[in-house]
Ligand binder design. Structure first.
Ligand code: AHR
Length: 492
């Protein structure tokens, strides 16, 4: 029996709904085919956006969507993607497969997508190969409500009202594909860019996110915070779960992986906790009397591409292992809600740890999709401190705690989300709710399957949440957590 305690007397604060954010990049079949098929497609669409994809994403209530990259962002010149489509430049996507990018999906299309999804846009600007003027013009183009050259150009292109885009990323991975910069150089550059990204409406101030560290590069966070901390609102962090990091040509398969690799993947996922602790401490040390947030604006699993697919497209399947990776990461973000202000899983459709996969007209919801849906109630809720007794499970050297938990309270009740990482044994979950009054009702759902199970095109959806029973006890509730599962309980 695993005892858990949800402490109604202790909270780290509100869980920023943006922790449940996503990332759309001009990479492989994410934008084209995945999200955008164009108005003349025989795939049902609204202004070119796939209706099935938009509806599925609306069910998740996605709060914020990052675009256009990723590495693509630092080669993207936004003017290539505005104006009449037939006149837009056709360029080469030099980062991802060398394919032709016809720019038919640009600023107006992205902001139309966000309108359909009812989510906030988050635009990453080009610092690596762009200019301060170009970036500054983009903000003016999107946000200037009065008279100005950029506002006039936007109106000519059919958009009268400003979009008031709040979230702006000052480059992406400036230490790598975003310019191979040293933190000292980027820190100074970031100051310069931040200076010229203006507010055009005092009711809609923009929020500036500096390009942050890769994994445990604490020096990067320190130097960028020292130099630019006073001019930014947040700094990012990228951390991917890669089973075999030693050789990026052999990261491990997305399906058909060994039991050992399953536990390696989960152990590496748990490392996110330490990364947030350490980067968060540095950010707080240098933020002065302002609050600078941490945006984990790229995270998720990164495996070998599916055999036979374009290696530049990073297309991978998604199994129950990914569901556990998602559950663990989201629990970690919830439990660090005093530090993490946004997180964006990479990428929303058809790339790395995607919630949706498409093939022509067909669409598959991945196990990761279901975790986001089950965790939706955490968005904007009050985090509650929680603890669960665990035992170590695994194979060989690879050992991880069997259970992983987070909890929050909202007007819908207390949401308890728990993952059972043990792939062979179920656990009796005895959950005590302390300081939260008497429990009168509990409803539960569970997502479970073999560790390598996934949903595929043309077959029944194997992996999807089903109701599970929970017994009310004198001080909480009790339920069985199947082996390899993610469960969500709503308690009132
Ligand atoms: O998600 C794929 C790539 O990973 C992104 O474009 C980049 O930011 C990161 O290195």
């Amino acid at each position: 029996m695993a005892k858990a305690i949800i402490n109604g007397n202790r909270s780290k604060g509100q869980i920023n709904k943006n922790i449940y954010g996503h990332f759309s990049e001009h990479l492989g079949r994410c934008i084209y085919n995945g999200i955008y098929v164009g108005e003349n497609s025989d795939i049902p669409n609204l202004r070119g956006m796939r209706t099935d994809v938009v509806n599925a994403l609306k069910t998740l209530g996605i709060p914020v969507l990052r675009w256009p990259g990723g590495c693509f962002a630092d080669t993207y010149h936004w003017r290539d993607g505005i104006g009449p489509k037939e006149q837009r430049k056709k360029i080469v996507n030099t980062n991802w497969g060398g394919v032709t990018e016809d720019n038919s999906f640009g600023t107006h299309e992205f902001l139309e997508l966000c309108r359909q999804l009812h989510c906030e846009p988050y635009i990453s600007g080009n610092v690596g190969s762009g200019t301060v003027q170009e970036f500054s013009d983009w903000v003016e183009y999107c946000n200037m409500g009065g008279q100005s050259p950029m506002a006039e150009e936007r109106r000519k292109n059919g958009q009268d009202a400003p979009w008031n885009v709040k979230y702006w990323g000052i480059g992406n991975e400036a230490w790598g594909c975003g310019g191979n910069m040293r933190p000292e150089f980027y820190g100074d550059l970031c100051r310069q860019y931040a200076t010229y990204l203006r507010n055009y409406d005092s009711d809609h101030p923009i929020y500036k996110i500096a390009s942050g560290a890769n994994t445990a590069d604490y020096h990067w966070t320190k130097v960028v915070m020292e130099r630019a901390g006073a001019l930014i609102d947040a700094v990012s962090l990228h951390y991917y779960t890669v089973p075999r990091e030693e050789n990026w040509n052999d990261k491990g398969p997305a399906t058909g992986f060994s039991r050992q690799e399953y536990f390696t993947t989960l152990r590496k996922t748990l490392y996110m906790d330490e990364l947030i602790e350490n980067h968060g401490r540095i950010v707080k040390q240098y933020q002065g009397n302002r609050k600078v947030g941490l945006c984990v604006d790229e995270w998720g699993t990164w495996f070998d591409v599916e055999p036979g697919t374009n290696p530049g497209f990073l297309y991978q399947q998604n199994t129950m292992r990914d569901a556990l990776v998602a559950a663990v990461n989201l629990n970690i973000f919830n439990n660090h809600c005093d530090t993490v202000v946004m997180a964006n899983i990479a990428q929303v459709v058809n790339v790395l740890q995607s919630v949706i996969l498409t093939e022509g007209k067909k669409l598959v919801l991945t196990p990761t999709y279901h975790v986001f849906e089950m965790y939706r109630g955490h968005q904007g809720a009050q985090q509650l401190e929680s603890y669960v007794e665990t035992s170590l499970v695994g194979q060989g050297e690879e050992r991880v705690p069997n259970l992983h938990l987070s909890a929050s309270q909202s007007e819908d009740g207390v949401l308890v989300t728990v993952a059972n990482l043990d792939d062979t044994s179920s656990a009796v979950f005895d959950c005590v709710l302390s300081g939260l009054g008497k429990v009168t009702e509990v409803s539960g759902r569970v997502l479970t399957g073999e560790r390598g199970e996934y949903n595929d095109f043309g077959s029944e959806e194997n992996v999807m949440p089903v109701p599970t029973t929970a017994q009310i006890t004198s001080d909480g509730f009790q339920a069985i957590l199947p082996a390899c599962s993610v469960a969500a309980f709503v308690v009132s």
